[in-house]
Design a protein around this ligand. Structure first.
Ligand code: UN1
Length: 496
């Protein structure tokens, strides 16, 4: 199947005349489709289309924009099963999780549709008589949205829905590893009646189209989710023209398991957080800091559960562990396992490639746990983005928090404890944008701000009302109905 770019309401081939293939990571002999390998020309056309559509969309009443989003959400609901199956085939996550990904897109679309009738500003008294003050939100213009493959529908929805409901027009570029899910979302927006040019999408196999998009002078805002290394490059490119920028980058998230934790619950959380999506979430629990009093009991149960996970093609509902996204990612994981051994971490399970039955061409790796890790080890410091978890013994809550914070990232963290005091202290002291008590590090909901501190982000949040703040500018409005010149700060009647 040949898929095209979506520009100005039309499905178009790239001017490069090149295409690239997207493969099923569970079986690389299965081609998902051929996609346009777009170049700077295509990007320019998409941005121009978005620019041309902006005045009309900006002036479309927000509740009307919301109606289109409601329709899109309803179509997503009606096609959830089909969209989920396609997602599992294109990027490997097990079918139950693919349904979750589509559900997250549904939630975000309904949520932002509702913002069509909200987008509340403030009214506030003036310091002068016969003067009225209020704030309103104004859209930015053309927004460039660059998304990763690990949440191939949820993340495009996180970015596009708030941008659209506020009256911005968008150009999206998916990861070459999972373009189909974004394309499906775009098709649904088209079907829901989004006007031509409001939503545009270009696909590309390499970094050039993304670079051209970020550098384009007509782009006013960029939203990027991906690695910290690429995020740095995007930030530098945006800085020269003062483009608004939101970055969601790496994570090295910790679960703190205290001596009074419900052990079975903590193990459940570690398995889900560490090996869900095969560890390929920016929120994955890649470090577990365990109190020494329960360290042995915890690690033996955790290892047992990790070994029992069934790998394979995620379309089989009994499969619990899908493949890594590609061979390159598998080699990265192999390299980190080598580094971990060299650093002296104790390999408790895993550490090898898997070849599940019927998936000979897939990039599978065993759930891997390293014990007795030291906070300074590279496998504890660096994001691996695979099924590799480091266990760190600790001797107190203070030490657990210290270890938890001793990384360059700050996306998500969690504590398992029955002690309310410990839970609140950790909540206050963990340097992360997301914190869980007696739940794993993954599972953010769409109506709460999503994002992280330190090298995870640049101070913005996605989702929730926080997303509206990124995709709009405040306009402060003063209406003077006195009919005479009134001078703020000067014509004061009261003095102290
Ligand atoms: C990501 O890994 O980039 O909280 C996003 C979660 C999901 C989103 C993860 N709702 O794990």
């Amino acid at each position: 199947m040949l898929y095209k770019n979506f520009i100005g309401g039309q499905w178009l081939e790239s001017s490069s005349k090149r295409v690239f293939k997207s493969l099923n990571p569970a079986d690389s002999s299965e081609v998902i489709g051929e996609f346009q390998d777009s170049d700077a020309d295509d990007v320019n056309r998409a941005v121009q289309a978005a620019r041309a559509a902006y005045p009309g969309w900006r002036l479309t009443p927000a509740p009307k924009r919301g109606e289109i989003l409601y329709r899109a959400a309803q179509i997503l609901v009606s096609r959830k099963e089909e969209l989920s199956g396609q997602m599992t085939r294109e990027m490997g996550k097990v079918i139950e999780e693919a349904r979750g990904d589509v559900q997250e897109a549904i939630d975000m679309t309904f949520y932002m549709a509702g913002e069509g009738r909200r987008q509340f500003g403030q009214t506030t008294p003036s310091e002068l008589q016969n003067k009225f003050c209020m704030t309103t939100r104004a859209p930015l213009g053309v927004c460039a949205l660059i998304t990763p493959w690990n949440f191939p529908m949820a993340i495009p929805a996180w970015k596009s829905m708030p941008a659209l409901i506020l009256g911005n027009t968008i150009v999206m570029k998916p990861s070459p590893e999972a373009p189909l899910s974004m394309l499906n979302l775009v098709k649904i927006l088209e079907e829901a009646g989004i006007p031509p040019g409001v939503v545009n999408m270009v696909t590309s196999s390499g970094p050039d189209a993304g670079r051209a998009l970020v550098a384009h002078p007509a782009v006013r805002a960029v939203s990027f989710t991906g690695s910290t290394a690429v995020g740095k490059e995007v930030a530098a490119a945006c800085a020269v023209s003062f483009k608004h920028l939101t970055l969601e980058m790496g994570g090295k998230n910790a679960i703190l398991v205290m001596e009074d934790a419900d052990l079975a619950l903590a193990v459940d959380g570690a398995v889900w957080g560490g090996f869900g999506t095969t560890g390929q979430r920016c929120t994955a629990a890649s470090r577990i800091v365990v109190h020494k009093d329960i360290y042995e009991a915890f690690s033996s149960k955790f290892v047992e559960r990790a070994r029992a996970l069934k790998p394979g093609n995620g379309l089989d509902p009994s499969v619990q562990l899908g493949p890594l996204i590609n061979e390159q990612q598998l080699h990265k994981v192999e390299e980190y396992v080598r580094i971990g051994k060299e650093e002296g971490a104790k390999l408790l399970t895993g550490g090898e490639r898997l070849r599940p039955k019927g998936c000979s061409g897939g990039s599978f790796y065993a759930p891997t746990i390293f014990g007795d890790c030291d906070p300074r080890m590279r496998i504890v410091q660096e994001e691996i983005f695979g099924p590799v978890v480091a266990l760190l013994p600790c001797s107190s809550l203070d030490e657990a928090v210290e270890f938890g914070n001793a990384v360059p990232y700050g996306l998500s963290s969690a504590i398992y404890t029955r002690d309310l005091n410990k839970a609140f202290r950790a909540m206050r002291d963990m340097e992360t944008g997301i914190f869980y008590v007696n739940a794993s590090t993954i599972g953010a909901e769409t109506h709460l701000p999503f994002g992280g501190v330190k090298q995870t982000g640049n101070g913005h949040r996605e989702a929730a009302v926080a997303a509206l703040d990124f995709y709009s500018e405040w306009k402060s409005v003063y209406i003077d109905f006195s009919g005479r010149l009134q001078r703020a700060q000067i014509d004061t009647e009261l003095s102290f």
